[in-house]
Design a protein around this ligand. Structure first.
Ligand code: KG4
Ligand code: ZN
Length: 353
């Protein structure tokens, strides 16, 4: 089985052809990615209108290149999958409309994939992790714990009540003048800094539950920077980056401890796997902390390889394969959605944040 996956929900234009080969190492047949970093860098963040236009400009060429590298034609594909949300609506529409057109032209089924499901299942593409598992999804737009029970069956244990962790990295990087995206830049600078110099607040740490809050941290970083004036040295910045990263890690590990306990109580008899996915999962310090925590808690830790952590086409193609296998296909009316929670019940108005 061969599925084309298209990802355009944020600032990466990406596509991939993925197969259902038994050996995970042989599944990604070909993949292409255009990162719009340079387009957005002058603005210190993603500009939705610029993103939509860049997707339009690059997607056709990337798909052609991807099929070409694989030596495939449209007719060789079994299905076409695309991110249908959540994300920046202009970009989502570009990818989904392209997928609908290809599906119609080639007379193949369309699979409308939830971007978060793409992240959630990426570890099954790389490592065949069995259901159910506990997932920490940490990206620029999301920060949540989910129990992944099956394809299409997710239970949210906790989420951020304000900013996502990646957003906190990006905003802090902007304050430090490090440019966009902030995560990798902060991680690099933190290596030269003293992580215990600044005592930043750790929102919700020690409280019951698995929710997050990161917006206060950004203000604390700004105040700490102002405290270093009139002259903010490179060492000040490195110390602040290191202290910020340590604080975020401490909060995430504290919340993860509670999430593991909750997962263990409800699903411990069926599963022992703890998975992390999303762009922030590319952070080495976070991974190391989570590995140690999982070991102490008797869980098996798995993370997809770095290039599958940040947005990519292969995870969308793979989610397409998982859905296609179960007969879960969509018609050409499938809508593009700016918001699309994986656990609709938890995200309903009036539900706990
Ligand atoms: O999953 P992703 O590529 O896009 C979204 O769906 O949001 O995640 C992007 C986010 C950005 O906020 C970026 O700063 C963060 O992931 N990120 C990192 C690292 N690499 C990317 N954060 C911390 N450390 C990293 N090494
Ligand atoms: Zn993402």
């Amino acid at each position: 089985m061969l599925v084309l996956g298209i990802e355009t929900s944020c600032d990466e234009t990406a596509c991939a052809v993925v197969s259902d080969a038994a050996d995970p190492a042989r599944r990604i047949v070909s993949h292409s990615l255009f990162s719009q970093l340079r387009e957005h860098a002058p603005y210190g963040g993603v500009v939705p209108e610029i993103a939509s236009r860049a997707h339009i400009e690059h997607l056709d060429g990337l798909i052609a290149e991807c099929l070409d590298h694989a030596g495939l034609k449209l007719a060789d594909l079994d299905a076409i999958a695309a991110t249908a949300g959540p994300g920046l609506i202009g970009g989502v529409m570009v990818g989904l409309m392209t997928a609908k057109t290809l599906a119609y032209a080639a007379n193949r089924p369309l699979i409308a994939v939830n971007h978060l499901e793409g992240h959630a299942l990426s570890v099954r593409l790389s490592d065949d992790v069995p259901f159910p598992y506990l997932l920490l999804l940490v990206s620029g737009g999301h920060c949540q714990f989910l129990v992944v029970e099956d394809v299409g069956r997710y239970r949210r244990l906790g989420t951020t009540i304000d900013d996502a962790a990646g957003e906190a990295f990006d905003k802090t990087a902007k304050l430090l003048g490090l440019g966009y995206p902030g995560g990798p830049a902060i991680e690099r600078l933190a290596k030269q800094g003293n992580a215990s110099r600044f005592d930043l607040p750790k929102p919700l740490k020690g409280r019951p539950g698995c929710d997050f809050s990161f917006s206060g941290l950004k203000t604390a970083v700004r105040l700490a920077l102002e405290g270093c004036e009139p002259e903010v040295t490179e060492q000040d910045k490195a110390d602040l980056a290191a202290s910020f990263q340590r604080t975020v890690m401490e909060v995430i590990l504290d919340r993860a401890k509670n999430a593991i306990a909750a997962f263990d109580a409800s699903h411990g008899a069926q599963g022992k796997h703890f998975v992390v996915a999303g762009g922030v999962a590319a952070n080495r310090a976070l991974r190391d902390g989570l590995v140690a925590l999982a070991q102490r808690s008797g869980m098996v830790f798995t993370a997809p390889p770095m290039n599958l952590c940040t947005d990519n086409g292969a995870m969308i193609a793979w989610a397409g394969i998982e859905r296609f296998r179960r007969g879960m296909i969509d018609d050409l009316e499938a809508p593009a959605r700016a918001r699309w929670p994986l656990d609709a019940a938890a995200a309903a108005p009036g539900a706990r944040a």
